[in-house]
Design a protein around this ligand. Structure first.
Ligand code: PAF
Length: 286
């Protein structure tokens, strides 16, 4: 695996069709699963490792975001990456850079309500990275469900022609979705954070038993979420339009445990109503 720090190095190291995994580093087993998926068909697999200042608000964790290039390089290489692209801020945003992507109304809902400007920052860096990496396919984790939905929209609206793949959320043994921010949690907070997968599991269980009422599905989740400061718990159609009982849906949750902001979601599909519970089948929530 080659570590490229500049655009010329990136271009020299990559060839043919490119599968792309954009990340902000602090790589964990969830990222490894994205990289393995990208590398599975044997094409050049580029992983970007860039903490994007544009997607952090004032008082958020940009300065403290975990950075460890050596550990990231080891994990990326083992998972099958061909190139790790780890540019500086000025490589991505030269001093005269002035374009911003506004992804539209969805960027101001759900997480966007609590993190103004966040999705414009995400869309801007991802489109910029697409331009630099020129992938035919890009893989994103489904834990960041709203991000994935917005990036599909951006790709379609701008006619970028990239295949956008949403990869399954990887969960720890206690059910918590893997996230680079989990490392901020103290042992006591970690125990409180388990309420999130437990809440989603409760909704998945009553959904599998036939419940389709939005209020009841949200209520059963809400009742176990007392260990965190809830930002939102919302049931929507899987395209993030308003919930309709007969269509595939997604239950999304965001909240803070101490100072750590966590998000998660579960897709509920009337065509395979028991599928969602399977995600939690082997997990220990005690
Ligand atoms: O999901 C992330 O890690 C980031 O939002 C992304 C897509 C790499 C853009 O910085």
């Amino acid at each position: 695996m080659i570590i490229a720090r500049s655009v010329p190095e990136l271009r020299a190291a990559s060839s043919g069709p490119v599968s792309f995994v954009p990340t902000m580093g602090a790589l964990h087993a969830g990222h490894a699963s994205l990289i393995r998926l990208a590398a599975a068909d044997g094409v050049c697999t580029v992983v970007s490792d860039f903490v994007n200042p544009l997607q952090f608000g004032k008082g958020e964790d940009f300065e403290n975001y975990p950075r460890d290039l050596a550990a990231d390089a080891e994990l990326a290489e083992q998972a099958g990456a061909t190139v790790l692209f780890a540019p500086s801020v000025t490589e991505v945003y030269p001093p005269d850079f002035s374009t911003t992507i506004d992804p539209g109304p969805l960027a101001h809902e759900l997480c966007g309500l609590h993190r103004p400007g966040h999705f414009a920052g995400v869309a801007t860096v991802v489109v910029r990275l697409f331009g630099l990496v020129q992938p035919h396919r890009a893989i994103f984790g489904s834990k960041d469900y709203q991000q994935l939905t917005i990036l599909r929209r951006v790709n379609q609206d701008l006619g970028l022609g990239i295949e956008i793949v949403g990869a399954p959320t990887i969960r720890d043994e206690d059910g918590l979705a893997l996230s680079s921010r989990n490392m901020y949690l103290s042992p006591a907070e970690r125990i409180r954070a388990r309420a999130i997968p437990r809440a989603l599991q409760r909704a998945a269980e009553i959904y599998a038993a036939g419940e389709r009422d939005a209020v009841l599905l949200a209520e059963v989740s809400h009742s176990v979420l007392d260990g965190l400061t809830l930002e939102y718990l919302e049931l929507r159609c899987s395209d993030l339009t308003n919930y309709e009982p007969d269509r595939p849906a997604v239950l999304l949750v965001a909240g803070r445990v101490g100072n750590t902001r966590l998000i998660d979601n579960i897709v509920l599909d009337p065509a395979s109503p028991t599928q969602a519970i399977a995600q939690f089948a082997t997990k220990e929530f005690a």
